[in-house]
Ligand binder design. Sequence first.
Ligand code: CA
Length: 238
Amino acid sequence: MRILVVEDEKRIADFLTRGLQGAGYAIDAAPDGATAINHANSTDYDLIILDLMLPDMDGLKVLERIRGRKAGPPVLILSARGAVDDRVKGLEQGADDYLTKPFAFVELLARVRALLRRGQPAPEKLQVGDLSVDVMRRKVTRDGETIDLAPKEFGILEYMMRNKGRPLSRTMIVEHVWDMDYDGLTNIVDVYIRHLRSKIDDRYTTKLIQTVRGIGYMIEGPDRPPAIPQSETPFERV
Ligand code: CA
């Protein structure tokens, strides 16, 4: 899946690029309207995330130009303007969704996924051991039992499950789950991991969330015992 991020504020553009890359998407960034239109004309994107206030032209103008082409990709407008008429104008001009700044990354990611999922009805399910997460319904179960998670807990768990078996640093987790205005300490991650453990691990013999010393955390299912090969006859058949 390839996404074009149109955003002139470098800090936000970088934040979006890193976060979406971490979620497994390929990202191109355009810092202004002209670059955005060029990119959109030359590349088949699955989604365009469009800021409205751009240095060279209004984002709605960009939308109009993109929408002038037939069957373009879905467009998610991202803007500090929260006024109702801006939303209406954007949606009328063919945007598919609208998110107001500041936003939490998890929220953006949920919208992005929803837009990308159109036309692909299969719900996304993540599985680690006997823990499963239905991303679309935001439903978590372990061994068939439903577990209720707060949004940030869900965000962390989803991020870890998408990267199962891969150690994730506290910084990586913060960057994926907290919004860009979060300037606090990364040890907030430890607090949330403690909550998560109490909900998904404490009552079970097999612990899925692991502390990776010097790095952070990782989720991993129990190792499946290697299949024992049928004993080979040590003697050659005659
Ligand atoms: Ca802007």
